[in-house]
Write a protein that binds this ligand. Structure first.
Ligand code: SF4
Ligand code: SF4
Ligand code: SF4
Length: 198
């Protein structure tokens, strides 16, 4: 007995691409929806046939084809930045759910190929269309497939680390704002009666 919930068991089978193609905001909410019976097992294009097979086995239901409403299963690909066209606007960085893009303002950006899940979420963020999806070379496909679980674990870890970092940054931002507000209020407060400020 591991104490894992059904949703956790389902989530463990998903690719952790966090692309949202299933119509949920990530793999975890999709897993929860399957567990509660409000989503079907054939809504994850990045997982494709293999994930449908695994989900069907876990839930003891028949396999079914991928629902084309959610997209098509495609050969694995990773993002690549056409570096000579990159204007260094940094817009692609927050779009990446696993922090796989490196770069600073006005500098050329680059994708960490080993971390890229191929989710395509960075593509629409680029104002000059210099991010393209590059299919994996034939010789890398076998390793890519064999490392499916490992890749999903890594992607989940990076996604979670990013989530925690963003939450911390948001909390710090709120704290700074509150301090600023308090300091302003303090300045605007009229002096206490009898206190001439001398
Ligand atoms: S990888 Fe699959 S389950 Fe995860 S967000 Fe994308 S479509 Fe949904
Ligand atoms: S670099 Fe682009 S395609 Fe790759 S994981 Fe990040 S957002 Fe997805
Ligand atoms: S969004 Fe496009 S132009 Fe802007 S930094 Fe990223 S790759 Fe470069």
């Amino acid at each position: 007995m591991t104490g894992e919930t059904l949703a956790e068991k389902i989530e463990a089978l998903l690719p952790q691409t966090q692309c949202g193609k299933c119509s949920f905001s990530g793999c975890q909410p999709y897993a929860q929806a399957i567990a509660s019976g409000s989503a079907d097992i054939n809504q994850c294009p990045p997982g494709g046939r293999v994930v449908i097979r695994d989900l069907a086995a876990l839930l003891s239901v028949p396999e079914k084809p991928l629902n084309p409403e959610y997209g098509q299963e495609r050969p694995p690909a990773v993002a690549m930045i056409i570096e000579e066209d990159c204007i260094g606007c940094t817009k692609c960085i927050p779009a990446c759910p696993v922090d796989a893009i490196l770069g600073t303002a006005k500098q050329m950006h680059t994708v960490l190929i080993a971390e890229c899940t191929g989710c395509e979420l960075c593509l629409p963020s680029c104002p000059v269309d210099c991010i393209v999806m590059q299919p994996l070379p034939q010789e890398s496909l076998a390793t890519w497939t064999a490392r499916r679980k490992e890749r999903a674990t890594l992607a989940k870890r990076r996604f979670e680390a990013r989530r925690v970092r963003l939450q911390r940054q948001e909390a710090e931002r709120r704290e700074r704002l509150q301090k600023k507000k308090a300091a302003l209020l303090q300045k605007q407060r009229p002096p206490a009666p009898g206190n001439t400020g001398r």
